[in-house]
Ligand binder design. Structure first.
Ligand code: FAD
Length: 490
């Protein structure tokens, strides 16, 4: 029986709403498989990652890292000292980096790939019709066989009394605000001790701000193991960031240029001139007409393992409904959303979240894949832990980068990996060895048998595997070996 209102024919196979990581990859796959696809973006192509997320933050972190290396140059026998920060040039470079990467996500590139790109605000008039308020005037109505919602998430400011008076910045507004300044904010208050709060706190402290990082939970980086979070805190504090955990913000006050935050239990308020909130995000679901289709936008969207909403031809991808908000997960989901939306009548795939690498770009970096110790304990998974220190790795010693370690969880008595965490120089670049092993069922013995150039940081996986192997050589073999060699000596 036909569904009431369902058209007999459609203008296109797929409409993708949102041109961020998830939407771009979805549209790319659709065009590559010769589907007729339209991508609608209301803001800037590339979405958050390119414009206000990964790219500008990593460009800023690059300058901050060099500033710190200049401070530490004397350790390597070079003249160093306090770096001279040309703030306008730092921020100009951040914008230049965004511009350099922008062509990868541009209208021109996607049009050449076969995607119709429209600039405007999209909403669903009915389950098969998307209306676009075009930015250059007019509206268009598109009928489509399937829809992928890839509208991302927006930062949420906490409901703390007085916050409206202190011009709180979020990841969306931070970059323009920083670019408008001649110098970094002298006293920066960062609310939220998750990855974004920690990364930006360290970067801005290194570039000259006096940063206070306030987290209401008992510790920073709550999704990381305690030892990892403790090392991150230690590093931030050593570099001068004032870290306050278990602190509840009560109210903000403003008197002229002076801004203050009263914190529970403190006799005196915290004074600051710039506030950055890194306090969470909510899916961008408003204004899309979803309520009229019976989809609940007050809570996270109810989607199944194939990324379908209650309307089986309306899919989601990316931060709008992701258990792990990140660019690679958005792109990973996009594959499933595109393939299921276009070929689902033949076969549908459930998203596989088992091997998801994640990184925090603090210095030293933190990167992990598979289970953490805390997750293993929580899930009742038995594990054996092997840990290898960067201080025992020759290349880390030559480079003066001995802070950090690798810890790997394996099935007890076996070399089968359950998870790996790397904390140290270039941790995110070292992780893929473990990701590959986990994804393809390679054990620590396989890593041990893999030659690495010497001296490299990459050897850390082999060294760790060697340590695991030594701990698992059966002890009975040693007397036998001694007897064998004695026999050979005659
Ligand atoms: C400071 C910061 C640093 C980060 N660093 C990293 C990192 O290092 N690594 C990492 O993996 N992740 C990082 N992230 C997270 C990463 O940016 C996101 O996970 C990723 O960009 C999500 O992509 P998306 O496509 O789901 O959403 P988005 O990129 O937000 O794209 C959604 C798009 O939909 C558009 N849209 C919304 N509604 C409509 C509508 N009605 N009509 C038309 N268009 C609409 C929006 O304009 C937007 O462009 C960072 C985030 C921040 C804030």
């Amino acid at each position: 029986m036909a569904t009431p209102g369902k058209p007999a024919r459609y203008d296109r196979n797929l409409v993708v709403i949102g041109g961020g990581a998830a939407g771009l990859v979805t549209a790319y796959i659709a065009a590559a498989t010769r589907a007729k696809v339209t991508l609608i973006e209301a803001g800037r192509m590339g979405g958050e990652c390119l414009n206000t997320g990964c790219v500008p933050s990593k460009a800023l972190i690059r300058s901050a890292r060099l500033a710190q290396q200049i401070r530490q140059a004397a350790d390597l026998g070079l003249g160093g000292g306090e770096p001279v920060v040309d703030w306008r040039r730092v921020m100009q470079r951040v914008q230049d980096v965004v511009q350099a990467i922008a062509p990868h996500d541009s209208v021109e590139r996607y049009t050449a790939l076969g995607v119709e790109v429209l600039h405007g605000q999209a909403r669903l008039c009915d389950p098969w019709t998307v209306e676009v308020q075009l930015h250059d005037g007019g509206t268009r109505r598109l009928s489509t066989r399937a829809i992928v919602l890839a509208t991302g998430a927006r930062p949420v400011l906490p409901a703390i009394p007085g916050i409206d008076a202190v011009e709180a910045l979020s990841s969306e507004t931070l970059w323009a605000a920083l670019a408008a300044r001649d110098a970094p904010p002298p006293r920066l208050l960062v609310l939220g001790g998750g990855p974004m709060g920690c990364e930006l706190a360290q970067a801005l402290q290194r570039l000259g701000s006096q940063v206070t990082l306030l987290e209401q939970g008992p510790r920073l980086l709550p999704r990381e193991d305690e030892d990892v979070a403790a090392l991150a805190r230690q590093t931030l504090e050593r570099e001068g960031v004032r870290v306050l955990t278990g602190c509840r913000a009560l109210r903000f006050e403003r008197a002229g240029a002076m801004r203050r935050l009263w914190v529970e239990g403190d006799a005196a308020p915290l004074e600051f001139d710039t506030l950055l909130c890194a306090t969470g995000r909510q899916p961008r679901l408003q204004g899309l007409g979803l309520e009229d289709l019976g989809l609940d936008t007050g809570a996270p969207l109810d989607v199944n393992a194939c990324l379908q909403t209650r309307w089986p031809h309306i899919y989601v991808a990316g931060d709008v409904a992701s258990p792990i908000p990140s660019t690679p997960v958005a792109a990973h989901q996009a594959w499933y959303a595109a393939v299921n939306a276009l070929f689902g009548s033949l076969r549908r795939f459930k998203v596989d979240y088992r091997v998801v690498p994640q990184a925090i770009y603090l210095d030293p970096e933190i990167a992990r894949v598979g289970l953490t110790e805390a997750q293993a304990r929580q899930q009742g998974v038995a594990y054996e832990l092997t840990r290898f220190e960067f201080s025992a790795l020759d290349r880390a010693v030559t480079d003066g980068a001995t802070a950090g370690y690798v810890k790997v969880l394996t099935v007890p008595g076996k070399d089968k990996l359950l998870g790996a965490t790397v904390v140290g120089e270039h941790a995110a670049e070292l992780l893929p060895q473990f990701t590959l092993a986990l994804q393809h069922g390679l054990g620590l013995n396989a890593l041990l048998r893999t030659l690495h150039a010497y001296p490299t940081l990459g050897e850390v996986s082999r060294q760790l595997a060697g340590q695991w192997r030594r701990a698992h050589v059966p002890q009975w073999i040693y007397p036998w070996l001694a007897r064998y060699h004695a026999w050979r000596r005659g």
